[in-house]
Ligand binder design. Structure first.
Ligand SMILES: Cc1ncc(COP(=O)(O)O)c(C=O)c1O
Length: 435
């Protein structure tokens, strides 16, 4: 032990007197990690030590993740002591700091306590959960709904058990990671088609035997690209290939599309054609949690078989009540969704006019394509320094050639804030010769 300490001290001294070291070791944290690893390394650590991308980006000063926010998530936030415009949030309705939502959470916490200490299946069902499930089912136009602790556990749990080894799950290749994980846990055969390519989807359907269930799963709004699933075409294929069912993830559709924000299925008038609708509370509903809605037969099965529902504690009283309050506000304040669309259309036009490549987005999610991973991180850093927080999107969230920074609008953003963001981003993109 003495020897080890002595060795560490020696190496640290070496670093202090600036003996030339590999560049990445000039960073003190990386240097200490390196020392720790060579001294204590087991096989597992040795393998994982080869994963050093974060250290590389930290050493270059462009690591963009886990920034600490001090305070509520409004359109402007204080992040690491720096006041920035928040264009990296999914709070489309702008309700996360709304006093009514906060009060509903506090009231529920006082009434029901801080947690449920158990699964919905056993001791974790509150009347509050049941009320919210009824309201959500009615809102999205289905018989029943089930609430889960997060949206991720809805997709990963439901898809794992919904179909069996005779069946097929067919996904768009840009579907969310939680859908991918759900299909990985399923016994069904997994197929995928090129993003929004209906010919390719049909080819996949043709591979499936007639008697099998063919479940098509799509994001209603694609979370990184901001474009919509081609639901009318998908429904037409459902009719052409008997045994096909459809599940739509409305994570980014709720509170944004459809009557009173009922989502993309409602927007297309196709709610009855879609078999399962999934949603999350972590975006427009200003809380944390998720739900699945479907007819009673499907819900009865899922209620008793979904492992992430049965073997995980129920969503907290505060989170449930906050989501319920946000749902009420969305339905009672149509002007909120109108404001979101006004500022979204304004931003779309401004980014297009400024020469950004923004793809096929039709939503408050605006991808600004960079198409280079290092530059994507650099844009994020320079934008932050210029007072704009945006999210870098790199693989596996997109294809390697499609890296981008993602701008997301909220109903509470002003045109003046959009102007500031567009101007700052234009300067950064020009400086890096992206536009
Ligand atoms: C399309 C999509 N589905 C599911 C989820 C998971 O939702 P949650 O954040 O509630 O776990 C997300 C969240 O990023 C998402 O974007």
């Amino acid at each position: 032990m003495y020897k080890t300490k002595h060795f560490v001290q020696k190496c640290t001294d070496l670093q202090n007197i600036s003996v030339p070291l590999p560049r990445f070791l000039n960073n003190r944290n990386a240097f200490e990690l390196f020392l720790h690893l060579i001294i204590y390394m087991g096989l597992l650590q040795e393998k994982l030590a080869r994963y050093d991308l974060p250290q590389k980006y930290k050493a270059e000063g462009i690591y963009p993740y886990f920034r600490e926010i001090q305070g509520k998530q409004g359109t402007e936030v204080v992040m690491e002591g720096h006041r920035v415009l928040m264009f990296g949030s999914n709070a489309y309705t702008g309700l996360t700091g709304d006093e009514r939502v906060i009060e509903a959470g506090i009231k529920a916490m006082r009434q029901y306590g801080s947690g449920c200490a158990g699964s919905r299946f056993l001791n974790g069902t509150l009347d509050l959960h049941v009320q919210l499930e009824k309201e959500l089912a009615e809102f999205v136009g289905k018989d029943e709904a089930l609430c889960f602790p997060t949206g991720f556990t809805v997709n990963s749990g439901v898809l794992a058990v919904l179909t069996d080894h005779h069946d097929y799950i067919i996904c768009d290749d840009r579907d969310h990671a939680s859908i991918v994980d759900g299909t990985r846990a399923s016994f069904s055969t997994r197929l995928k088609y090129k993003h929004n390519d209906m010919e390719d989807l049909e080819k996949q359907l043709q591979k499936c035997p007639e008697g099998a269930v063919k479940l098509i799963v799509v994001d209603g709004v694609f979370s990184m690209e901001g474009d919509l699933a081609k639901l009318p075409e998908i429904v037409a294929l459902k009719h052409k290939y008997p045994g096909t069912a459809i599940m739509v993830d409305e994570a980014h559709g709720l509170g944004v599309f459809g009557r009173q924000g009922r989502g993309v299925c409602d927007h297309f008038g196709l709610t009855d054609e879609v078999d399962l609708i999934m949603g999350t509370f972590s975006k427009s509903l200003a809380s944390i949690g998720g739900f699945i809605a479907a007819d009673s037969t499907i819900i009865n099965y899922l209620r008793h078989n979904t492992r992430t529902y049965i073997f995980s504690a129920s969503d907290t009283p505060a989170a449930t009540a906050a989501a319920r309050e946000a749902l009420h506000i969305i339905q009672n304040e149509p002007e909120r969704i109108q404001a979101l669309w006004d500022v979204t259309n304004y931003a779309l036009k401004r980014f297009r006019d400024a020469g950004f490549e923004i793809g096929d987005t039709e939503s408050p999610i605006i991808p600004l394509y960079v198409r280079d991973m290092d530059k994507t991180f650099l844009v994020t850093k320079l934008a932050f320094e210029a007072g704009v927080f945006i999210n870098p999107v790199i693989p596996p969230a997109c294809a390697p050639q499609d890296t981008l920074v993602r701008v997301a609008l909220m109903a509470t953003h002003t045109r003046e804030q959009v102007d500031r963001a567009v101007d700052a981003l234009t300067r950064v993109f020009k400086q890096l010769e992206i536009i």
